[in-house]
Design a protein. Structure first.
Ligand code: IPE
Ligand code: IPE
Ligand code: MG
Length: 242
């Protein structure tokens, strides 16, 4: 029906993959079953990103606040994620995908870190889509960590206080070397950011859909991009200046 404008494809899309639990409830399934179904859509959004020319896909998989969930659920999420990544390895390799971790390593079980590190090492020479996995991620703690590192570098004389710019601050965040997201998508009807990329989303276009994450197919992703392409991004200017 409507086709995407190849000249206006967002470079970086960030997604808050929400609604696995409610999807499971709606289908009379358990929450872990919702996560298993949800992880399948990750492959679809990666394929869609490659096919349309999106360069960076940031996926919010687990927040620093998600540790507050019942332990059994936390374990189910970790297990589902590791199993999915391991099972998808050959395809990720074939598709030339790179994976980056965006989050705090502290607090993540050793086994999970080892699995993720091994996978990232195998794919570090790949040159295609960058999948930036926000795992044990919280934006405020990311900013606190950046401030600590900046203060330390000023104290040891590596950085001078008068040279601290927005660009320099960006280099102390987990997303250093990545462009800011152009588009943020959140599924499941929640209209909030939930401590995600507070600095980086400053000028992102926001797209909210009621669809639960396990129902977020390629067709739903396309709807989000079509909506994005209708927006006028002014960055503080007026239309005529564009
Ligand atoms: C998102 O789905 C997955 C994670 C937060 C890990 P939820 O588990 O938050 O699903 P709902 O919001 O309870 O439906
Ligand atoms: C945000 O979803 C985190 C992830 C999708 C990983 P939550 O379900 O944890 O967010 P809240 O608690 O509803 O804000
Ligand atoms: Mg949720």
């Amino acid at each position: 029906m409507f086709d995407l404008d190849p000249k206006r494809i967002p470079k970086h899309v960030a997604i808050i993959m929400d609604g696995n639990g409610r999807w499971a409830k709606k289908h009379g399934l358990t929450r872990p079953q919702g996560h298993i179904e949800g992880v399948k859509r990750v492959g679809d959004v990666m394929d869609f990103s490659r096919e349309t020319g999106i360069k960076v896909l940031t996926l919010f998989a687990f927040s620093t606040e998600n540790w507050k969930r019942p332990q059994a659920e936390v374990e189910a999420i970790m297990k589902t994620m590791c199993m999915a990544i391991n099972a998808q390895m050959p395809k990720l390799q074939k598709d030339n995908v790179r994976i980056r971790l965006c989050g705090q390593r502290d607090g993540v079980p050793e086994k999970v870190l080892n699995d993720l590190d091994a996978i990232m090492r195998k794919m570090e020479k790949n040159t295609g889509l960058i999948v930036n996995l926000a795992f044990n991620y919280g934006s405020r703690i990311e900013i606190v960590d950046a401030i600590k590192h900046i203060a330390r570098d000023v104290v040891v004389g590596k950085l001078s206080q008068k040279n601290i710019t927005e660009e320099i601050v960006g280099k102390y965040l987990y997303t250093k070397d990545l462009p800011d997201p152009d588009l943020l998508i959140r599924t499941s009807g929640e209209l909030r950011i939930s401590n995600f990329l507070l600095w980086q989303l400053s000028y992102a276009e926001l797209y909210f859909t009621d669809v639960f994450w396990p129902d977020f197919t390629k067709a739903e992703f396309k709807k989000a991009i079509l909506d994005y392409q209708k927006r006028e991004r002014r960055f503080g200017k007026v239309s005529l200046q564009k």
